[in-house]
Design a protein around this ligand. Structure first.
Ligand SMILES: C[S@@+](CC[C@H](N)C(=O)[O-])C[C@H]1O[C@@H](n2cnc3c(N)ncnc32)[C@H](O)[C@@H]1O
Ligand code: SF4
Length: 381
């Protein structure tokens, strides 16, 4: 009997009520909601074109803002997904939700189809900073949204937060953490704001209108997050992700473990057996290809074993458990590249990595330099 390698499914819903000035994800505002029908038609087609895993390890419906679809279209989205995938047989089916557009009815509709977990994009509880970030919700709406999702029977709720917002103090972020914990989430993600190239935020920074918080302040916020979440009984299973009652996000863990995934929807990426492909980003280009019976794929690249090794280290070191070098070598059928071994030794000597047998993980100090360590391993010659 043939069994698929463990594979997850990602579904990208590319629409948002506003385009937040800091966001470089593939998401769009729409003047004519008819585009959403074209999107749903094309999604249905693409799901019948791609080779789907018999039973995905996890399904993640992200965006964009899946909850921005109005009730009828939201209903159709889940009807389509359930037609192609036996969602109820999947252990984790997650969805991203924005506070302003989620409702108990949408939560119930998706839960009936198999949804088990929701990530609510809260970002901050400070009204002025929510407005600065272009968010369409106020702070009070976050608690309401959480209440509606709980009432809809969603047992596993995550809150997505951002810190190091321009002008934010460590005390303000600490107050945000109080608000997060008061809502008793099952999981929390907390990322420092990144000034992504090409975004309005970065243009404003270049014009001197906004500036990033000091590195020292960002570091203080990061350490405070880890300490506070630990005290509250959450496990930092990854640099920016904290598992409470709901456990780790299996979908993201699957990604950090460099497992295979299939992505559908505009701009979605797939990774299967060392081949990475990406769909057309614009909704119309992707939909035209798919509805014409062609793949929605814009680019495909076969990664060399050496590239895959570097990527496995870069991704895997984000996890608190770190990486198992022999597991990676066995899976990729490729020995640890000498340049990677040298880089690992160098970081170990600097106190950033700790090695126990075949397992290598970031130290408490190393967690602060995770990006630098990861990038040095990604760029192996
Ligand atoms: C792309 S959004 C999609 C889900 C939903 N629309 C939302 O806004 O929460 C997923 C997460 O990415 C994070 N994100 C987006 N842009 C970011 C940036 N420039 N820096 C840090 N995090 C960012 C936000 O925390 C957000 O919750
Ligand atoms: S709502 Fe989410 S996906 Fe949409 S623009 Fe804002 S951060 Fe990006």
């Amino acid at each position: 009997m043939r069994s698929d390698p463990p594979t997850s499914l990602y579904v990208h819903v590319p629409f948002c009520v506003v385009k937040c000035g800091y966001c470089d994800f593939n998401s769009y505002t729409v003047e004519d909601r008819g585009v959403m029908d074209v999107f749903l038609d094309a999604l249905d087609r693409e799901l019948s074109q791609v080779v789907l895993p018999a039973r995905p390890v996890s399904v993640f419906v992200g965006g964009g803002t899946p909850t921005y679809l109005d009730e009828d279209r939201f209903d159709r989205l889940w009807t389509i997904l359930a037609r192609h995938v036996d969602l109820r047989a999947v252990d984790e089916v997650s969805m991203e939700a924005n506070p302003e557009s989620v409702s108990q009815a949408k939560g119930e509709r998706a839960r009936e189809a198999g949804l088990t977990r929701v990530s609510v994009g809260a970002q901050t509880f400070d009204p002025g900073r929510l407005a600065f970030l272009d968010r369409a919700h106020g702070p009070e709406r976050i608690a309401e949204a959480v209440g509606e999702l709980r009432a809809a029977g969603i047992g596993n709720l995550s809150l997505d937060m951002m810190f190091a917002l321009p002008g934010q103090t460590a005390a303000e972020w600490s107050a945000d953490l109080d608000s997060v914990l008061s809502l008793e989430p099952d999981h929390v993600s907390a990322y420092a704001l990144i000034f992504e190239p090409g975004t309005r935020l970065t243009r404003d920074q270049k014009r001197g209108r906004v500036s990033a918080v000091d590195e020292e302040v960002e570091r203080e916020m990061f350490l405070e997050t880890r300490a506070r979440m630990k005290r509250a009984g959450f496990e930092a299973y990854e640099i920016s992700n904290f598992a409470g009652r709901g456990g780790p996000c299996r979908h993201n863990d699957h990604y950090w473990l460099q497992r295979d995934y299939v992505g559908v929807g505009p701009g979605a990426a797939s990774h299967r057996a060392g081949v990475r492909s990406t769909n057309y980003k614009p909704v119309d280009a992707w939909a035209r290809a798919v509805l014409d019976g062609r793949p929605g794929t814009a680019t495909a690249e076969t990664l060399s074993p050496r590239q895959r090794f570097g990527e496995a280290l870069w991704l895997g070191l984000r996890r608190t458990l770190g990486v198992d070098l022999s597991e990676i070598a066995g899976r990729l059928d490729w020995p640890l590249p000498a340049s990677a071994a040298e880089a690992l030794e160098r970081h170990e000597a600097a106190g950033l990595l700790a090695r126990r047998g075949e397992r290598v993980a970031l130290t408490e100090e190393g967690v602060l330099y995770a990006d630098m360590v990861g990038e040095s391993l990604l760029a192996l010659d």
